[in-house]
Design a protein around this ligand. Structure first.
Ligand code: ZN
Length: 470
């Protein structure tokens, strides 16, 4: 019996647009699929919100007593990976493996637990071909004039149910001339399941035999590569079955990616594909979405260059609910760094003994984290227990470690962090200013500065050589 079992976990389902009580298809076991990165360069920190969110979800489900099987894909073949690998004169495999390794290092530094399995799109070509064959047989797909195979969205009466897109007014691609794949975000249209080879693809292609799905009169063999959406359908169904409990991604995946994934999966199997669709909101910069195309993004290396531990970024994200947009500014991150170091500091003062988890605080924690992963409120419980003088240090320690199974802030290793703790630059600046104020006998200013330093979780101690921040 898991002592931390949560009776009810509520999750916001994008499909029904409401919070629902989570019940998996099979009692006690959860199949979780997360759309992973396209491995063609370094993800920006906004991208990492999706993986930190999925990590918190997985940890919460495990904490709540579920056994979770988590699959995350790595898109290692698409327009971008092909184009960029050609630019660098490397094979697609060499190129994507490099960025896969970099991604693994990044998620480790963010305390993201590795999924049970990373699936590479190129390992699932046969499964993709099988789904496309089924769709051709059932009349949901057709071969276009350029040889590519498209999904006919007009054969799906429910198309648009996830994103709220209406296709009633759209014309059918009757003459089958469609040759596009760079999907227009504003318009729903038939999408490529399989793209016929063209010279831009170089030596990246597979010879897929759609013989069983295509009429005898049409050429069954199509040299080409999969469309993006079919990759996730094939990888999720191959590892988690035709019906998945939870599928996660960023809100920008809702349309067209997830809408299309759902249409083609349900078209092929005739079954409901995903029970709960969960999506995290954007990270903004200057109130605009952080995006590669806007060139307004940061990568984890930018944090490391400023000596900021990536876990600080994780902590900063947890201070907001995953379904709210947050605006990234360095000052906010530095504030989070000070607060996290303060938490580590309070924890390190608790001594070596680990007592019992405080039931009262755990009850509150479960209530908040089980309410659609409300990490901001769950964090207040962490602060409260640390400040509660009626709880023994040993019990505090046990409680913090219990909560950290979900937060993943690394309290177990925080002794090390404490030793490495450097006084933040902002604090040092205030200390110097206060010193000057004291020398100038401006005691009012010096007192204000001391209060400001205290409010950031630090104290000043005056020594004969001047002030030191602690
Ligand atoms: Zn996906």
């Amino acid at each position: 019996m898991n002592s931390s079992k949560i009776n009810k976990i509520h999750l916001y389902n994008t499909l029904t647009r409401k919070k629902e009580i989570f019940t998996p298809c099979e009692p006690g076991v959860v199949g979780l699929y997360s759309c992973g990165p396209t491995v063609y360069n370094y993800p920006h920190i906004g991208n990492y919100r999706a993986y930190i969110f999925a990590d918190i979800l997985k940890r919460t489900l495990r904490y709540g007593g579920y056994q979770v099987k988590h699959i995350m894909n790595l898109t290692d073949v698409d327009d971008k990976t092909i184009r960029e690998s050609q630019k660098e004169g490397r094979t697609l495999k060499e190129f994507t493996e490099f960025y896969t390794e970099e991604f693994l290092k990044d998620i480790k530094s963010l305390n993201i637990l590795e999924p049970d399995k990373f699936t590479k799109a190129t390992d699932y070509i046969n499964e993709m071909v099988e789904i496309i064959e089924k769709l051709l047989k059932k009349g949901h797909a057709y071969k276009s004039r350029d040889g590519s195979i498209y999904f006919d969205i007009h054969t799906d009466a429910e198309y648009g149910k996830l994103s709220g897109f209406s296709i009633a007014s759209l014309k059918r691609n009757a003459d089958k001339r469609l040759e596009i794949d760079e999907y227009d975000k504003e318009n729903a249209q038939d999408f490529a399941l399989w793209k016929a080879w063209d010279e831009k693809d170089g030596n990246v292609y597979w010879d897929a035999d759609f013989g069983k799905g295509l009429p005898r009169t049409e050429l069954a063999l199509v040299r080409g590569r999969p469309g993006w959406h079919i990759e996730c359908s094939a990888m999720s169904m191959a590892n988690l079955g035709e019906q998945i409990d939870i599928h996660t991604g960023g809100v920008d995946n809702i349309f067209p990616h997830h809408e299309n994934e759902m249409a083609q999966s349900e078209g092929a199997t005739g079954k409901k594909f995903v029970k709960y669709w969960l999506h995290n909101e954007w990270v903004l910069v200057d109130h605009k979405k952080m995006a590669k195309s806007e060139k307004n993004f940061y990568i984890l290396k930018d944090l490391l260059d400023k000596n900021i531990d990536p876990v600080v970024y994780r902590f900063w994200l947890l201070m907001a609910h995953y379904r709210t947009r947050i605006n990234f500014v360095w000052e906010a991150l530095l504030g989070a760094e000070i607060a996290l170091k303060r938490l580590y500091g309070l924890y390190s003062e608790l001594g070596a003994e680990v007592g019992k988890v405080s039931k009262a605080y755990q009850h509150k924690f479960k209530e908040f984290i089980g309410d659609d992963l409300d990490t901001p409120r769950a964090l207040t419980v962490l602060w409260d227990v640390l400040k509660d003088e009626t709880v023994s240090n040993a019990d505090k320690k046990a409680t913090v470690l219990d909560f950290d199974k979900v937060f993943g802030l690394g309290f177990v290793n925080s002794e090390k962090n404490k030793r490495e703790e450097k006084i933040p630059e902002e604090i040092s600046k205030l200390v110097v200013e206060r010193d000057q104020a004291r020398q100038n006998k401006d005691f009012q200013k010096s007192d204000e500065l001391r209060k400001q330093i205290n409010s950031l979780g630090y104290e000043v101690k005056d020594t004969p050589l001047g002030a030191e921040g602690f």
